[in-house]
Design a protein around this ligand. Sequence first.
Ligand SMILES: Nc1ncnc2c1ncn2[C@@H]1O[C@H](COP(=O)(O)OP(=O)(O)OP(=O)(O)O)[C@@H](O)[C@H]1O
Ligand SMILES: [Mg+2]
Length: 209
Amino acid sequence: MPALTIVVANLKGGSTKTTTAAFVLHALAEAGLPALGVDADGENESLLAWSEAGEWSIPVIGMPVADLHRKLPGVVGDRYDGVVIDTPPMKERRGVVASAIRIATHVLVPMAPTGMEYARIPAIRELVEEAGALAVTPPQLAVVLTRTVSNAASTDVYRQMLSDDGVRVLRPTVGRLERYAQAFGLPITNAAGTAYGDVADELTSIGIT
Ligand SMILES: Nc1ncnc2c1ncn2[C@@H]1O[C@H](COP(=O)(O)OP(=O)(O)OP(=O)(O)O)[C@@H](O)[C@H]1O
Ligand SMILES: [Mg+2]
C-alpha cells in the first residue's frame, strides 16, 4: 500500500466521515499526489455516489468488504501515492473497519466536540489497537474536531480532554459550515484552501513509526 493510506473512521454514524474523506482526498490530489478514494461503506450518502454525482476527476472505487486488507493492495498497485478510505459506521460492520485499519498508515477520526461523540472514542481506539496489532506497521491515530462553532468553549474543552487521554488531536478544526453541509453530490474545488488542506498537511507530516 502507498506510504499514505488514510482510513477515515468513527464507529458512530453521521460523524462527518464521508465529508472528511471527500475533502482530504481532494486536498491530497490538489497537492499533486496521485490519489485514490475507496468507498468501504457503500450505503447512504457514500463516497462513490458523491464522486459520480459530482463528476470528480479523482478515481473512487467501491470496496465494502471485510477482507479489504487482502483485496485492496492488488488493486492499488503502485499507481497511487495516497489512498483515502471511507468506512461504515455500523457496529455490525466492524469487520470492514478493522480490515481497513490493517492496511492504514493513518486512522483519521473526525468528531464533533460533544459529549456523545467523545464517549465513542474508546471504542475506536480499542479497534485501532486490536486491528493495528495485525498490521505490518501499526497506524497513527489522529482525531480532527469537526462541526466546531467558532468561539465556542467546547473546541478547547474536548481538545484538552482528548489530549489528557493520550489521543493526538490535529491542530486545524473544521467549522460547522454551510459549505460542508451542502457539499454532498457536488464537485469539490479548492479543498486545499479549506481547513481540510491543513488537516491533510498535518496528517502527512506525522511520521510512521
Ligand atoms: N463541517 C460541517 N458542517 C456542517 N455540516 C456538516 C459538516 N460536515 C458534515 N456535515 C453534514 O453532516 C452530515 C453527516 O456527514 P457525513 O455524511 O459526512 O457523515 P458520516 O459519518 O459519513 O455519516 P454516515 O455514518 O451516515 O456514513 C451530512 O449531512 C453532512 O453534510
Ligand atoms: Mg458516510
